[in-house]
Design a protein around this ligand. Structure first.
Ligand code: G3P
Ligand code: MG
Length: 252
């Protein structure tokens, strides 16, 4: 597959999990922290509660990032939203919640932030999560100039997202890019390929770009490495260190 690059309206710096390491991940406080530093795009992780509310959480369990315990897939959103998702990071974030995608979309739109919605299904819920996250994203960002960029490590989730909301842009997400990346991204109609920067070479970036795909890489916290990746042709850097790699980092 060799072709012209798809349109790509996204900024070059993306705050990882909302506000990187400066705020509790996947919270409204994180998103506000990034916006306060001038960031123009955020990445966050979306999954389903037991009653199919799309909300933000990275892990399968709530243990690490809240004051609760247990598998998120077994909890209705009423329970999830009663947990504190901020004070594990710092007492000053006490009272933060695991927000719904609806709350997040409204905040991103109000703050002028583009969004990378990473579909992060609970175990065994790939298809329904891809379908419901994509449908919800399409509804919530309807009429906005810049569509949310959907991504996932789960091929099945991204395929379900493609079927539910074909017009939303998609990026296949990899740790190490597999040999069949051309087939997978082509079948999914991806505009981009997202990958762990530690597993990339300059030659592989060149091949991916030559195939007509944009590239977002995670999680790049060293400014020198960010510059090198940009020189290789990577389009967007997802970073925890929005204090070091800010919105205008590549303008200088
Ligand atoms: O989408 C890029 C990055 O967020 C993937 O890794 O584990 O932080 O969701 P993870
Ligand atoms: Mg993520």
């Amino acid at each position: 597959m060799t072709g012209p690059l798809n349109s790509w309206p996204y900024p070059r710096v993306v705050a990882h999990r909302g506000g990187g390491t400066l705020a509790p991940e996947n919270t409204l406080a994180g998103i506000e922290t990034g916006a306060g530093l001038g960031l123009k795009m955020v990445e966050f992780d979306a999954k389903l509660s037991s009653d199919n509310v799309v909300f933000l959480l990275h892990d399968d369990t709530v243990d690490r990032t809240s004051d609760g315990f247990g598998e998120a897939a077994t909890m209705p959103y009423a329970i999830l939203s009663s947990l504190d998702a901020g004070k594990w990071r710092s007492p000053r974030f006490a009272g933060e919640r695991m927000p719904t995608l609806e709350q997040v979309a409204k905040r991103c739109i109000a703050l002028g932030l583009a969004a990378n919605v990473e579909i992060k299904p609970c175990p065994g819920r790939d298809v329904e999560t891809g379908k419901l996250v994509a449908a919800e994203a399409e509804r919530l960002w309807s009429g906005q100039q810049i569509a949310p960029l959907l991504s996932s490590f789960s091929y099945d989730a991204l395929a379900a997202a493609r079927d539910a909301a074909p017009d939303l842009p998609r990026g296949m997400l990899y740790e190490a890019v597999p040999a069949n990346w051309r087939e997978q991204t082509s079948a999914l109609g991806c505009v981009s390929l997202h990958a762990d920067h530690n597993r990339l070479s300059e030659a592989l970036v060149a091949q991916i770009r030559a195939a007509g795909l944009h590239m977002l890489v995670y999680t790049v916290n060293d400014p020198q490495r960010a510059r090198q990746l940009a020189q290789w042709g990577v389009d967007a850097i997802c970073t925890d260190r929005i204090d070091l790699i800010g919105a205008s980092f590549f303008d200088a």
